[in-house]
Write a protein that binds this ligand. Structure first.
Ligand SMILES: Cc1cc2nc3c(=O)[nH]c(=O)nc-3n(C[C@H](O)[C@H](O)[C@H](O)COP(=O)(O)O)c2cc1C
Length: 275
């Protein structure tokens, strides 16, 4: 190629490289008009994986990885019994699973609660020394924390608890009767207050974003489904009723479990009760 003497081949190559990197760094959706897309479409579009996006991600900044375990130092701890229950075969549980919204006034036992929490996020194995959990997680990064509004559990005072999965125990976040508050936060869906417990699945997004960037948000929603299905099937096997609940006032639920709604937010509710 005949280039003017002052522009070397090196300059051309360096400029080309900078352009490629810059284009690569642009999120996939940036070059199309955003005004034509709804919020949901934009979310899906801008978190769509493309090679350009993958390249951009290599150079893009990502948040630091937050701690893997959330703890409540100084809180009252309640050790749960070993999750040793063995129930029906999987195929029966799948066949029998149905959304149940009416529960009896019978309490559930701490053994049943133990089994439900273990099915949700219990430690079931290890790889290279790293604990693995009952539900799959992208990159084994485990963004979820499980909270629980305890309404009617034998030998457990009412309150909001956090599941400390490393020692299979509950940490008391706040004591009290939160039946009205969780029902109010759940758009008056009465099963939330009638249930023996209502689980709140809450995601710490940066645990995924630190590796997957904005696509990590998608993974959080997908993972909520995995955890929830485990709770559904475990409920059936324990002879309990449950339903997954996506319709709730985010801010009110976040306030109830004392998370900021940005770095950590409630994604899914899950009441479980005796039949
Ligand atoms: C993402 C999602 C959100 C849901 N949200 C609610 C809800 O807010 N309230 C409710 O009563 N049921 C909710 N459900 C349960 C569905 O209504 C139920 O699964 C559906 O009617 C099929 O019935 P089945 O679960 O008995 O098979 C939700 C289910 C899913 C998957």
């Amino acid at each position: 190629m005949n280039l003017p003497r002052k522009i070397s081949k090196f300059t051309v190559a360096a400029t080309a490289l900078i352009v490629i990197v810059f284009v690569g760094m642009l999120p996939a959706g940036k070059k199309e008009s955003k005004t034509q897309l709804s919020t949901g479409e934009r979310f899906h579009h801008e978190t769509t994986l493309t090679w350009r996006g993958v390249l951009g991600d290599v150079f893009g900044t990502k948040p630091k990885k937050p701690p893997q375990y959330k703890t409540y130092p100084g809180s009252e701890k309640v050790k749960l019994p070993k999750p040793e229950y063995r129930g029906m075969i999987l195929e029966e549980a799948i066949e029998q699973r149905r959304s149940v919204r009416n529960y009896s006034k019978k309490p559930i036992t701490t053994l049943q609660l133990s089994q439900l929490l273990f099915a949700a996020q219990g430690i079931t194995g290890k790889i290279y020394g790293q604990p693995l959990r009952a539900a799959p997680s992208a990159g084994a990064l485990y963004p979820f924390e499980i909270y629980m509004v305890a309404n009617n559990v034998q030998d457990l005072p009412r309150g909001i608890y956090h599941y400390s999965l490393r020692d299979h125990a509950l940490e008391l976040v706040k004591a009290g009767d939160f039946r009205r508050k969780i029902t109010d936060a759940g758009l008056e869906q009465e099963m939330l207050g009638d249930a023996a417990v209502t689980f709140v699945l809450s995601a710490i997004f940066d645990r995924l974003r630190c590796k997957y960037g904005e696509r990590g948000f998608r993974y959080a929603y997908i993972e909520a489904g995995h955890i929830s299905q485990n709770i559904c099937l475990q409920s059936v096997s324990l002879g309990l009723g449950s339903v997954c609940v996506g319709a709730f006032l985010d801010e009110k639920v976040n306030q109830l479990i004392e998370v900021d709604g940005r770095k950590e937010a409630a994604i899914y509710l899950h009441p479980v009760g005796a039949l």
